[in-house]
Write a protein that binds this ligand. Structure first.
Ligand SMILES: [Zn+2]
Ligand SMILES: [Zn+2]
Length: 437
């Protein structure tokens, strides 16, 4: 790794640290805006004369390709994107398994896409018709007390869910195609998508870089980066990553980029472990060997940073399989437990895998007594996607190593099944619309 690369990563961190409170232990006071910001309408106006091919959720393991009227500009800050590429995210599988609340039949899924701007509202200033853009998974207003601190996924004005408020005490930002708990917006596994607050939620691509290299700036490139920011990965640190799905692999890639001395990736699928090795990680296949013992051998004393890129659904032992089955808990704490047990004293646990509600037997004692820090959250894509785009365009990283399959959007139902069952070694599937060149 060149010095230049490390310098760049430090520059980004400094800027980010300046922008918000997550990069230090300081908790800054955040004042609400002096005048309230208008929550966008959730359901767009539509044009029944032009059909939009979309992927709809119809229940557990049931995705259907359907035709719906095309969305239209509904508010001044909207843009309509003619999608060229979209993809299925690991977190979409929580919806696919119907293990996340707030889904309704016919909901359009998808939160990672890019394409060409088809039309813009009168209030859009930064992008225009014909621009090629990546769309952020997270819908942010860009103006509230959280957005202006760079904490875009905590935006106060894009998610009207009262249920989330009841369950979490607050609501976070809306997310495209991710249930009514996260706003109920139409997703972007579609030919056309309406993007509210388009100035904030689109990233203009001016170079002729291929879709595949920049598409994941919607989510997984930024989420993997955030995992390393939350963990404080820097030159000489040791890192363990649980889960080698696309986000885990991006976390490995960025840990190496930021100069980690040793990276250990943990999963049970050989194809995914192989990808992690291609990015400089040593690997543990937990179906063949004891994770904690092996990790102790590879990193005596424990990793400085433990990244959970797996999340709530993956119960390993009978006890938690049973508790989840009986709905005594929604989330298994087993991966977090392993991370807490493995982490060196005073280390940091960075959680970017999704957690949904509550977990039993969470090892609060080990967490406290070992002086560990847990940092977590959904991605603040817009905080760093400009800088990460430059790194991609300069060819310093190539995120396309995660792509295993490319399919037409019309085969989206098959793509979900393949991705879920890891058929044919599926790790990341790009879906192309007819508008793709
Ligand atoms: Zn995602
Ligand atoms: Zn906001």
């Amino acid at each position: 790794m060149s010095l230049l690369e490390l310098d760049l990563s430090k520059t980004i961190d400094k800027r980010w640290a300046h922008q918000n409170a997550l990069s230090s232990f300081a908790t800054v006071h955040i004042e609400p805006p002096s005048k309230p910001i208008q929550m966008p309408q959730i359901h767009p106006k539509t044009d029944p004369t032009v059909m939009n091919t979309v992927l709809e959720w119809h229940g557990a393991k049931s995705i259907k390709v359907n035709k719906r009227p095309r969305p239209l500009i509904t508010e001044p800050k909207d843009a309509i994107i003619h999608v060229t590429s979209t993809t299925v995210c690991g977190s979409d599988l929580h919806l696919y398994h119907n293990e996340f609340a707030g889904l309704e039949k016919n909901d359009i899924l998808g939160h990672e896409c890019m394409g060409i701007i088809e039309s813009v509202g009168s209030g859009v200033k930064n992008v225009k018709v014909g621009d090629r853009v990546v769309v952020s998974a997270i819908i942010s207003c860009g103006e509230c007390q959280y957005c202006t601190q760079g904490l875009f996924s905590l935006c106060d004005y894009t998610n009207p869910s009262k249920e989330m408020e009841k369950n979490y005490g607050h609501h976070i930002a809306g997310v495209f195609g991710y249930s009514h708990l996260l706003g109920g917006y139409d997703g972007c596994q579609a030919e056309y998508v309406r993007v509210p607050f388009a100035d904030v939620n689109t990233l203009k691509i001016t170079s002729d870089v291929k879709d595949e290299k920049v598409l994941f700036l919607s989510d997984i490139i930024c989420t993997g980066w955030q995992a390393t920011v939350l963990g404080g990965v820097q030159e000489g640190t040791t890192v363990a990553v649980w889960g080698c799905g696309p986000v885990g692999l991006m976390s490995v890639m960025w840990s190496r980029y930021r100069g980690a001395k040793k990276i250990v990736a943990i999963d049970c699928y050989e194809e995914r472990l192989e990808k992690a090795r291609s990015q400089g990680a040593e690997t543990i296949n937990f179906s063949k060997t004891d994770t904690l013992k092996t990790l102790q051998q590879l990193i005596p004393g424990g990793p400085d940073i433990c990244i959970d890129a797996a999340g709530f659904r993956f119960a390993k032992g009978v006890a938690h399989q049973l508790q989840r089955g009986l709905q005594l808990e929604t989330d298994t704490p087993e991966i977090l437990r392993e991370a807490i047990m493995a982490c060196r004293k005073g280390g940091t646990i960075s959680v970017v895998g999704d957690y949904y509600s509550t977990a039993n037997q969470f090892p609060i004692g080990a967490l406290m007594e070992k002086g560990l820090t847990i940092r977590c959250g959904q991605l603040h894509a817009q905080s760093y996607w400009h800088d990460l785009l430059k790194i991609v365009e300069d060819g310093k990283i190539d995120p396309t190593f995660v792509i295993t399959h490319t399919m037409p959007l019309e085969q989206g139902d098959d793509a979900y099944k393949m991705f879920d069952e890891k058929e044919d070694g599926a790790i990341k599937i790009v879906l192309k619309t007819k508008a793709a060149k």
